[in-house]
Design a protein around this ligand. Structure first.
Ligand SMILES: Cc1cc2nc3c(=O)[nH]c(=O)nc-3n(C[C@H](O)[C@H](O)[C@H](O)COP(=O)(O)O)c2cc1C
Length: 207
């Protein structure tokens, strides 16, 4: 199923991650989409309020919905408390939205190490220099911290270790909704829900 033909229940795969893969591949192939990996990650703050921000999706064979961040950040602190999150993608040229809700677990150290080692040197250094989401007195102070980290790893080249607080999180979906724009606002919406008997239930939603 390619393009924006009307979505029909009978054409959808039983596993929403397969449909995700098809749509995501289309987004990756679109020249008009600069950041196909960008998604809004929503978490629940310790005082119960929703909070959202953009992060990048990373996919692995065993865990197709991962993101990487500083576990000391606002989102990291929220996830330590409520292991629940929502991911929202919107690819405007495709007129498609995907919403995912699920539980969140840290990825293995092996995956985090692998991802960190692939980052450019500058990104590795800033991860050491900055305590993400922590208040800071000034930009000058941040620049001083960056200089310090630069000096510390001056001789390390690309071989900079991963700080234990920089890690991956994997989302295990329990609900996934696929939205596709239709003429006269007759949008197609399909919702997959993971049931207690461990299978995906699929139904059409009104636009
Ligand atoms: C396009 C884009 C991609 C981003 N990717 C990431 C990312 O993968 N990981 C990350 O920690 N922050 C990323 N950020 C920054 C976050 O939006 C956010 O500012 C930061 O993670 C701190 O969020 P928090 O204070 O809610 O924890 C990205 C921002 C943008 C605009």
């Amino acid at each position: 199923m390619i393009g924006n033909a009307i979505l029909r229940l009978k054409d959808l795969p039983p596993d929403p991650l397969l449909l995700f893969r098809t749509w995501f591949d289309l987004a990756l192939g679109s020249r008009e989409i600069r950041y196909p990996h960008a998604m809004c990650l929503s978490t629940v703050s310790p005082d119960g309020f929703p909070e959202g921000r953009i992060v990048l999706l990373h996919q692995f064979q065993e865990q197709p919905l991962c993101f990487f961040t500083d576990s000391r950040s606002e989102k990291g602190r929220s996830l330590a408390r409520h292991r629940a999150a929502a991911l929202t993608f919107y690819w405007e040229p495709l007129e498609r939205q995907i919403r995912i809700q699920g539980t969140v677990e840290p990825t293995t150290d092996r995956l985090s190490d692998e991802m960190f080692s692939e980052r450019p040197r500058g990104s590795k250094i800033i991860t050491w220099a900055s305590h993400q989401s922590c208040a800071t007195v000034s930009r000058a102070e941040l620049e001083r911290q960056l200089e310090q980290a630069d000096k510390k790893y001056e001789l390390a080249g690309e071989d900079i270790p991963r700080p234990a607080y920089w890690q991956g999180y994997a989302v295990r979906p329990r609900r996934m909704e696929f939205w596709q724009a239709g003429a006269r606002r007759m949008h197609d919406r399909f919702e997959y829900t993971w049931t207690e008997d461990k299978r995906w239930q699929l139904r059409r939603l009104s636009p």
